[in-house]
Design a protein around this ligand. Structure first.
Ligand SMILES: NC(=O)c1ccc[n+]([C@@H]2O[C@H](COP(=O)([O-])OP(=O)(O)OC[C@H]3O[C@@H](n4cnc5c(N)ncnc54)[C@H](OP(=O)(O)O)[C@@H]3O)[C@@H](O)[C@H]2O)c1
Length: 303
């Protein structure tokens, strides 16, 4: 079977995962979705991260950030990742969501990152206030901080119906061993981990384990905080990128990570509407199959 045919098959599978836009809108092609294993709920495979660019937003930053979130929601994006550890990002997001009236379209993810149970409960209550919502879709224990207490609190909040899912995150290789041990002994809906075309260590054990344990996998740092753009700067996309419907490096990098069968969604940091247009195209068209994924790895490793 030639590469084009394989890619088309992969695209067919992707199309089978696709859902229509909310309200059946047809102006934009639907985004590819994948299921959260614990519920079967389908969510778009590309979301939006809020570290750094949303952390210290001043009045002059609000218009471009509002345009970014408006465009994201218009195109059918739902997953937004934020954290009380990202400066004022949560509060900024709460303001933008309420101004735009898009809360019901979004899948809001935030984190808990403190040192004991009481602080955790207080921090989470502040998350609800910051985000101006009475229901948060997902809260995760951040970077293994006070993990056992955090997961217990989140489990109770889910049972009380105040959050819909809970999990934990890391973006550090040095935490992988402990992260894996917690994944084996605790029940949770999701993990969030760093995975990019030039940073594939999470695919060795953690991501396959999440699949075995029925946990959704959200990705942070899908562009390696921009390292993939620095590596490819000034270089043309390979001709064969058209076989997976990529016209930019951002789409190339995102299509690689979201095509891992156990990955649910990537959360690239984006604070410009033009990045939203670019990155959400990675949730459309053909996705790479296994052979194409190997080809993409060889390509990046050869740079
Ligand atoms: N442990 C954790 O829980 C954890 C840790 C780290 C991150 N996270 C989450 O993961 C998210 C993603 O991480 P990140 O934002 O640090 O890094 P990233 O997504 O790997 O990269 C973001 C960078 O990519 C650039 N970019 C985005 N779209 C682009 C496009 N279409 N074309 C060109 N450049 C583009 C941005 O440019 P500009 O510089 O121009 O904005 C930014 O510099 C965070 O926002 C956060 O929500 C979680």
């Amino acid at each position: 079977m030639n590469t084009t045919r394989r890619s088309v098959l992969a695209g067919g599978a992707a199309a089978a995962l696709a859902a229509t836009l909310p309200g059946g809108a047809s102006a934009q092609p639907a985004l590819i979705r994948k299921p959260i294993p614990s519920s079967g709920e389908m969510i778009p495979i590309v979301g939006l991260g809020t570290a750094r660019r949303y952390e210290n937003a001043q009045a002059a930053d609000m218009d471009p950030l509002r345009d970014t979130i408006r465009r994201f929601a218009e195109l059918g994006g739902t997953g937004i990742d934020t954290s009380p550890t990202y400066g004022t990002a949560e509060r900024t997001m709460g303001t933008l969501i309420s101004e735009l009236g898009v809360r019901d379209k979004l899948f809001l993810c935030t984190k808990v990152a403190v040192d004991n149970k009481e602080q955790g409960v207080a921090q989470i209550e502040q998350c609800f206030r910051n985000l101006r919502t009475d229901k948060i879709d997902l809260i995760a224990v951040h970077n293994l901080r006070d993990t056992a207490n955090g997961l217990a609190t989140l489990r109770d909040l889910k049972a009380a119906g105040r959050i819909r899912y809970y999990g934990m995150t890391t973006s550090f290789d040095r935490q992988y061993e402990e992260f894996e041990a917690v994944m084996r002994r605790e029940q949770m809906d999701s993990i969030q981990i760093d995975y990019a075309l030039d940073n594939r260590n999470a695919a060795d054990r953690i991501i396959p384990l999440a699949k075995d344990r029925g946990m959704a996998v959200f990705l942070n740092l899908p562009f390696g905080r921009g390292s993939v753009f620095r590596a490819t700067q000034g270089k043309p996309l390979p001709d064969w990128a058209t076989e997976i419907d990529c016209t930019t490096w951002a789409q190339f990098m995102l299509k690689y990570v979201v095509s891992h069968d156990a990955v649910t969604a990537a959360m690239p940091g984006m604070a410009q509407a033009q990045y939203v247009d670019d990155n959400l195209k990675a949730a459309q068209g053909r996705l790479p199959d296994a052979a194409m994924r190997r080809r993409m790895e060889r390509f990046i490793d050869g740079l």
